[in-house]
Ligand binder design. Structure first.
Ligand code: ZN
Length: 488
């Protein structure tokens, strides 16, 4: 089989993927900052790296996939000054910051389950790794690449840049940064505006704080990923992923911190998914046009014409290459919904196809085409196009215009399932959206007929309706004026 080729953001080229210690592969992906309900912007990196995780597992690698939860140190505007996003939310809702973290981590996990995203191997929280972060700050100070200022510790970017290139991932150079970095309040603590915080002394009102050799405070946002990736994957590991919005400054700072603390470049392949737009506009962080995943699933948002299943969202995201921008529009989503249903219907048809004593379609070429697409930097739109080529073939088979033997049909079923369910991570929804809209109406009708039977003292019929519904998994609770129903 052909080799897996991945686009490395660092070298700006496609490279053959050679893990450091095969068959083991280490992946680190920057996870969510948990201070609000999960939205569309969370779905894309999760699904992109879930695809990578699934494909590497499919290829037989032993993958340790680390995806963190940011629960401290991420300040408003992604800056070094200001309020902690989680603490702000906690104050707003008048509960403990860790209650906010729990609530929104749980919500994030629920949404990821709905999108059929596999759980990572390790999901570390920043607040659970304060000693590791303090240790890393001390190492960087010892190496002479950080300085203490008023109880806070800053990374000395200028010194680092004399022997390294700060900006190599995002293609920036320090001189340009100097002219574009804004002077913000509180930056007088820094020698240079582009220096970034490793440790921040907590202001009196800042409730999330820990003791450290420098001050009671909290780690800088970028530090957690360097500390936790080193802890769980070692000082050099295979793949680091995240959304393109994290390229600068977050990942640039991670590279610099890890290089000084570990004495080497830690990451071999950097991968970034592109951003999501809504009706052609960048998704606003203020959630002005930021649609929550729950709103997508329920259709309860002014920009949405209807609800969309989690699998429609997943399929829609996979229909674009992860390095292309992806525009969410009702039209495009409805096209995906139709496409997905066509794909699923075709899969359902497979076991019932008539078999013949010869095979007239070329399964080997089809399979090679599918793998070639995946191996070419996870080109899912091309893979999906090949799956639809096979959908056409399956229709021809069902019409008797092509033929297939029993052994070949078994192979086709197995491979189609592998690409669709194991690798793309799609699954059959219990009901399509259209059907799920229909079900309540059908139930209303059945229950009103049952009510009529009761009124006519035909208890045998009303009991039978209850029993028959029970057999298909729908239970009924009688009320004064009718009945409620639920699945399960
Ligand atoms: Zn990170």
């Amino acid at each position: 089989m052909a080799e897996l080729i991945l686009y490395n953001t660092l070298t700006r080229r496609k490279e053959v993927f050679n893990p450091l210690h095969p068959p083991r592969v280490g992946i680190y992906v920057c996870g969510p900052t948990v201070y609000g309900d999960p939205h569309l912007g969370h779905a894309r990196p999760a699904i992109t790296f879930d695809l990578l995780f699934r494909y590497l597992l499919h290829l037989g690698y032993q993958v340790r996939y680390v995806r963190n939860i940011t629960d401290v140190g991420h300040l408003e505007n992604d800056a070094d000054e200001g309020r902690d996003k989680i603490a702000t939310r906690a104050q707003l809702e008048q509960i403990e910051p860790m209650e906010i973290v729990q609530r929104y981590s749980d919500h994030y996990h629920k949404s990821m389950d709905q999108l059929n995203v596999l759980k990572p191997s390790i999901e570390p929280r920043a607040s659970g790794h304060i000693p590791e972060q303090i240790e890393m700050v001390a190492k960087i100070l010892d190496a002479g690449y950080a300085y203490i200022s008023n109880g806070s510790v800053y990374f000395d970017v200028e010194k680092y840049d004399t022997k390294n290139h700060y900006g190599k991932l995002s293609g920036r150079v320090l001189e340009d940064l100097l002219s574009t970095t804004r002077d913000l309040d509180g930056q007088e603590e820094k020698r240079n505006p582009f220096d970034f915080a490793l440790w921040k002394k907590a202001l009196p009102e800042h409730i999330m704080r820990w003791n450290s050799p420098w001050s009671p405070g909290f780690p800088g946002w970028h530090l957690e990923c360097s500390a936790m990736s080193t802890k769980y994957l070692g000082d050099e590991f295979d793949i680091h992923g995240g959304g393109m919005d994290l390229l600068f400054p977050h990942h640039e700072c991670e590279i610099a911190q890890s290089k000084i603390a570990n004495g080497k470049d830690s990451v071999r392949y950097w991968m970034h998914n592109n951003m999501v737009t809504i009706n052609g506009q960048k998704m606003g962080k203020s959630l002005g046009n930021g649609i929550l995943l729950d709103q997508m699933f329920s259709g309860n948002h002014p920009l949405l014409e209807k609800s969309y299943d989690p699998m429609t969202i997943r399929f829609f995201i996979l229909q674009a290459h992860y390095r292309s921008t992806l525009d969410f529009s009702n039209e495009a989503l409805q096209a995906s919904e139709k496409g997905l249903s066509r794909l699923m219907k075709s899969i359902a048809m497979l076991p019932g196809l008539a078999v013949s004593n010869e095979t007239t379609i070329n399964l080997d070429i089809w399979k090679t085409n599918c793998y070639n697409a995946l191996n070419d930097d996870l080109n899912t739109p091309i893979l999906i196009a090949h799956l639809f080529d096979m959908v056409k073939m399956i229709n021809l088979l069902s019409e008797g215009r092509e033929r297939i033997t029993k052994p070949d049909l078994d192979i086709l079923i197995q491979q189609f399932h592998q690409f669709t369910f194991d690798i793309l991570g799609l699954r059959e929804e219990q009901l399509t959206t259209g059907e799920s809209e229909l079900l309540p109406k059908v139930m209303d009708m059945i229950l009103s007929l049952r009510q009529e039977a009761k009124k006519n003292k035909d208890f045998a019929l009303s009991d039978r309706i209850r029993e028959e519904l029970g057999k298909i998994g729908i239970s009924i609770k009688d009320k004064k004026d009718g009945a409620d129903w639920e699945i399960g």
